[in-house]
Write a protein that binds this ligand. Structure first.
Ligand SMILES: [Zn+2]
Length: 117
């Protein structure tokens, strides 16, 4: 399953970051998941609950943020915020667009406690 490998990847990124920053535990991880990333948050949550035991994420809360969908109209070169139900350009009603933001999957922040606290 797609989401399982994403969850594994995120755990890896967080463990590496925790090590670099000397974090003894992680309490919260904020992920930014674009509406066009193809990631199903429910499936990702499920993958985390299955995989996080024994990792630094064991007791962490995972928060999911959905960034706005930003599109670029190829017809009139307008940049606009896409509405998921109507992706047409509001300026020219064109349907040829590029996704500028919306496909990303980013570990936005990691909140934890360091060893000496
Ligand atoms: Zn347009």
């Amino acid at each position: 399953m797609h989401e399982t490998s994403i969850a594994r990847n995120v755990i890896c990124i967080v463990e590496e970051a925790a090590q670099k920053n000397d974090l003894a535990c992680v309490s919260k991880v904020i992920l930014e998941i674009g509406p066009f990333s193809g990631v199903e948050i429910g499936a990702l949550e499920f993958a985390f609950s299955a995989l996080k035991h024994g990792t630094i994420l064991q007791d962490a809360t995972i928060e999911y943020l959905t960034p706005p969908l930003t599109l670029f109209c190829k017809e009139c070169e307008n940049e606009y915020l896409g509405d998921f139900d109507d992706l047409r350009c509001p300026a020219c009603m064109g349907t040829h667009f590029e996704v500028i933001h919306g496909r990303e999957l980013i570990v936005k922040s990691i909140i934890g406690a360091s060893n000496d606290q």
